[in-house]
Design a protein around this ligand. Structure first.
Ligand code: ADP
Ligand code: MG
Length: 269
């Protein structure tokens, strides 16, 4: 199936997230800033969609609109069949800068996602420990965030987002501040955990390679105001290991996306 055809086929299922004609204009001291215009985006249940685009093109804005953290200026966002008026139910969010609380242990930070609503049960503590172990943080449960490396902190942030068993996981450049090797490791771990849990995942990145490696579909955005310029289905087999990046198919996807950005004057070829 051609990428266009499979991008089309993926839409046969009712979407979990639907953005219809969404625009966002911020008020600022220099006047209004239109961050997004005419965004139409559908994400089907259990799909992994990445949004890739240059800095300032409105990626974080798009994520905040889906998270219900900002209001749209025009259009509509529907999550789980309901038009948004605040954060949707069963949502997990991971940001570029981990937001761990320095005075709580790693385990207590992970349990925070449940504690907002009630006291964690013993089985949830066990599940938190199991998640941490799965992400290579076994034995670090009772350490504090400042005792951990950036990669470990971001792993703990992912555990926290997963513990409440969200339907929808939003990640805004979660690996952007990590060194290349740690980032590779976390790419593989995220691909694996997504395959095991099949959350609906909206992943923001400015790395084309990361987007192609992780995603079912890659959404390309252009700058000022941010608009979707293309959507590309990634028909690479799963599970994906880092070696897939050496394949001709992988290189062809990266090249195609980079070429498209070059045509738009966003990157040099
Ligand atoms: P990205 O995440 O792709 O780097 P953002 O969504 O953060 O882009 O920002 C898109 C545009 O909106 C930028 O021009 C940015 O300066 C502007 N912007 C973002 N947040 C605000 C805000 N709260 N107030 C005013 N302008 C904002
Ligand atoms: Mg951003």
């Amino acid at each position: 199936m051609s990428p266009q055809a499979s991008a089309q086929a993926s839409m046969d299922v009712a979407p979990y997230v639907a953005m219809n004609g969404v625009g966002k204009t911020y008020a600022s001291s220099r006047g209004p800033v239109t961050a997004l215009a005419g965004i139409d985006l559908e994400i089907r249940p259990r799909e992994f969609v990445s949004v890739v685009g240059p800095s300032g093109c409105g990626k974080s804005t798009l994520l905040k609109l889906v998270a219900g953290l900002e209001n749209v200026s025009s259009g509509q966002v529907v999550v789980g069949g309901k038009p948004l008026d605040g954060p949707p139910d069963r949502l997990g969010v991971v940001f570029q800068r981990d937001v761990l609380l320095d005075w709580r242990t790693i385990l207590d930070n992970v349990l925070l996602s449940i504690e907002f609503t009630r006291k964690p049960r013993a089985d949830e503590r066990d599940r938190a420990v199991a998640l941490l172990t799965r992400f290579g943080l076994g034995g670090f449960e009772h350490r504090f965030p400042w005792e951990l490396s950036g990669g470990m902190r971001q792993r703990a942030s992912i555990c926290r987002a997963l513990l409440a068993d969200p339907e929808l996981l939003l990640m805004d450049e979660p690996f952007g501040a990590l060194d290349a090797m740690t980032r590779d490791d976390l790419n593989v771990e995220l691909a694996q955990i997504w395959q095991d849990t099949r959350k609906t995942l909206l992943f923001i990145t400015h790395s084309i390679v990361e987007a192609v490696f992780l995603s079912d579909r890659v959404v390309m955005m252009s700058k000022a105001p941010g608009m979707i310029v293309d959507t590309i289905a990634i028909d690479l087999p799963r599970p994906r290991r880092l070696a897939v990046r050496d394949s001709a198919e992988f290189a062809a996807y990266v090249q195609r996306i980079r070429h498209h950005f070059a045509e738009l004057g966003i990157v040099k070829e």
